[in-house]
Design a binder for this molecule. Structure first.
Ligand SMILES: Cc1cc2nc3c(=O)[nH]c(=O)nc-3n(C[C@H](O)[C@H](O)[C@H](O)COP(=O)(O)OP(=O)(O)OC[C@H]3O[C@@H](n4cnc5c(N)ncnc54)[C@H](O)[C@@H]3O)c2cc1C
Length: 453
C-alpha cells in the first residue's frame, strides 16, 4: 500500500486547479494540513484583517474536505518542525505544497527533505520568462509582452470528485486559534464570503461587468472591479481559472482585466528577485529621504490622522475609512492615500505598508510592497518621483462624490461639485486640511530633488 502523503496548504486554500493536491492524491492517501505559523525565523505574521479572512477560509476548506470524507488537520507552530513531526507520526513519505514567493519560505522549505513543490500560484511561474539577454524582468511592459507571447496559462483542472484519505490524527480546533477579533469586533462591517465557493461566486458576478472594466475601473463610486484580491491572495481560486473564465466570457475585451492578473504575476516576479521589497527601497537613494519623525508628537498626530481618515481631504479620508470598515480599498484610492502619506505628509512608506498589511484582507507581500514602492517612486518599475497625486483633482476626475458620501457621512449633505473639499475651517465636524496641498507638493518635490543631488 502507498505511504500517506501530506498536502501542506498555505495560500492555496482550494481543491480545484491545485497541482499539489493532484500530485499528492495520485501518490497515496492524503493528509491535508494547515499550519498556523507565527514563529519561524524571518516569517512575517499575518495582519489582523487577513486572520479574519483565514478563519473563514479554513472553515470553508474543512467543510469541502469533509464532504469528500476527509477533514483539514489544523496544527500550530514552526512549520518545518510541525510537518517533520507529522510525517514521523503518520509514516508519510512526502510533503506536497504549491510554491510561493514570500521570502521566508525558502529557509523553512530547506528543512523539509521530502518536500515536493508544485506550480500554480501565478499564471506563469516566477523566473520562467527571460529577457533577450537571458536575465529576469524588472520592467512591466516588456514582461507583459513576453507573458502574452508565451501564450495562455494552462487550463484549470476541476476539483477531484473523490479523494482517498489516510487516517488523520487529532489537531487543533479552529476556534482556539482566536483569529477573529473580539472586544471590539472591528470586523462587523466585513461583507465577504471567504472560501472557494465565495471566490467562484465573486468571479461569476464580475464576468458580466468585464466589458466595462477598462473604462470604469478607476471610478471608486462604482463596483467596476472584481473584488477578487483576497480570494486570489489566499488561493481560493487560481489565477489561471480567473484568466480562462475572463477570456472565455469576453475574448479581447478581457485584456484590460487579465493584464491586472499579469501585474500580480509581475509583483511575484519582483518579490522573488528582491526578497526585501517590503522593507528596503529598490532604489537605495530613497533611504535618504528626510522623513517626518513619527516618534514626535506632531509626526505621530499626522500618521494617526491618515490612519483614521481625518486628514481633511475627503477622498483620502473616504479611502482610509473604507479600509477600516471593509478591510479593502479601491485601487485608485490606494494610490491616492499612499501618495498622500509619502508625499503630502512625507511619512516613510514603510509605515503605510505596515498599516495596509494589518488592515487589508488581501494583504499580500508581493502586491503590497510593489504598490507602495510604485507610488513612492522607489520601485523597479514605478511612477516617476515627481508624480504627486492631487487628492482634490483625483476626486473630481474620478467622480468620487458618491464614494465620499458613503464613507464620510459628515459630508453627505453636500452636492457633487462641493464635496471634494478642502474646507479651510472644517465642515460640521469634518476636519480642516492637516496640510496645505501646494505647500506639501513643493516640499515633496524639494525632498526628491535633494536625493538626486
Ligand atoms: C499602495 C498599494 C498597496 C496595495 N496592496 C495590495 C495588497 O496588499 N494586496 C493586493 O492584492 N493588492 C494590492 N494592491 C493592488 C490593487 O490595489 C489591488 O489588487 C486591487 O485593488 C484589488 O481589487 P480587485 O480585486 O477588485 O482588483 P481588479 O481590478 O479586479 O484586479 C484583478 C486582480 O488583479 C490583481 N491586481 C490588480 N491590480 C494590481 C496591482 N496594481 N498590482 C498587483 N496586482 C494587481 C489583484 O490580484 C486583483 O484581485 C495595492 C496597490 C497599491 C497602490
Amino acid at each position: 500500500m502507498a505511504a500517506p502523503q501530506i498536502l501542506w496548504f498555505r495560500q492555496d486554500l482550494r481543491l480545484a486547479d491545485q497541482a499539489a493536491l493532484a500530485a499528492a492524491a495520485a501518490a497515496g492517501p492524503l493528509i491535508p494540513v494547515y499550519v498556523l505559523d507565527d514563529e519561524s525565523a524571518g516569517l512575517r505574521p499575518m495582519g489582523g484583517a487577513a486572520r479574519w479572512w483565514l478563519h473563514h477560509s479554513l472553515a470553508s476548506l474543512d467543510a469541502s474536505l469533509r464532504a469528500l470524507g476527509g477533514q483539514l488537520l489544523l496544527l500550530r507552530g514552526k512549520s518545518a518542525e510541525v510537518l517533520a513531526r507529522l510525517a514521523a507520526q503518520t509514516g508519510a513519505s512526502a510533503v506536497h505544497a504549491l510554491r510561493h514567493t514570500e521570502p521566508w519560505w525558502p529557509a523553512i522549505e530547506a528543512m523539509l527533505p521530502n518536500l515536493r513543490l508544485h506550480e500554480g500560484t501565478t499564471l506563469l511561474p516566477p523566473g520562467l520568462l527571460k529577457t533577450k539577454t537571458g536575465g529576469r524582468f524588472r520592467v512591466f511592459t516588456p514582461y507583459w509582452r513576453a507573458h502574452t507571447a508565451w501564450g495562455p496559462p494552462p487550463r484549470p483542472r476541476p476539483a477531484p470528485a473523490r479523494i482517498d484519505f489516510a487516517a488523520i490524527p487529532a489537531g487543533d480546533r479552529l476556534e482556539n486559534w482566536r483569529l477573529l477579533p473580539t472586544n471590539p469586533d472591528w470586523a462587523q462591517g466585513f461583507d465577504w464570503t471567504p472560501g472557494e465557493a465565495g471566490a467562484a461566486a465573486a468571479l461569476e458576478a464580475f464576468l458580466p461587468r468585464l466589458a466595462a472594466y477598462d473604462v470604469r475601473r478607476d471610478f471608486p463610486s462604482e463596483a467596476a472591479t472584481s473584488c477578487l484580491s483576497a480570494h486570489l491572495h489566499f488561493g481560493e481560486i487560481s489565477a489561471a481559472a480567473c484568466w480562462h473564465a475572463a477570456v472565455d466570457a469576453a475574448d479581447e475585451a478581457a485584456t484590460a482585466w487579465t493584464r491586472q492578473l499579469v501585474w500580480r504575476d509581475f509583483a511575484h516576479e519582483t518579490l522573488d528577485q528582491f526578497p526585501h521589497s517590503a522593507t528596503a527601497p529598490h532604489r537605495p537613494e530613497f533611504d535618504n529621504m528626510p522623513w517626518t519623525d513619527t516618534d514626535s508628537a506632531a509626526g505621530a498626530a499626522l500618521l494617526t490622522a491618515w490612519q483614521q481618515g481625518c486628514t481633511g481631504y475627503p477622498l483620502v479620508d473616504a479611502g482610509m475609512r473604507q479600509l477600516w470598515a471593509c478591510g479593502w480599498m479601491h485601487n485608485r484610492v490606494r494610490m491616492v492615500t499612499a501618495s498622500f502619506l509619502v508625499k503630502h505628509l512625507l511619512i516613510d512608506w514603510r509605515e503605510g505598508e505596515r498599516w495596509f498589511w494589518d488592515t487589508l484582507v488581501d494583504a499580500d507581500a508581493a502586491n503590497n510592497a510593489m504598490g507602495w514602492q510604485w507610488v513612492m517612486g522607489s520601485g523597479v518599475d514605478s511612477a516617476p518621483y515627481y508624480r504627486i497625486f492631487a487628492p482634490i483633482g483625483q476626486s473630481e476626475k474620478f467622480e468620487a462624490a458618491a464614494y465620499i458620501r458613503r464613507w464620510v457621512p459628515e459630508l453627505a449633505g453636500l452636492r457633487d461639485h462641493e464635496i471634494h473639499g478642502p474646507f479651510e475651517r472644517g465642515y460640521r465636524g469634518y476636519p480642516a486640511p492637516i496640510v496645505d496641498h501646494k505647500w506639501a507638493r513643493e516640499r515633496a518635490l524639494g525632498a526628491y530633488q535633494g536625493l538626486r543631488g
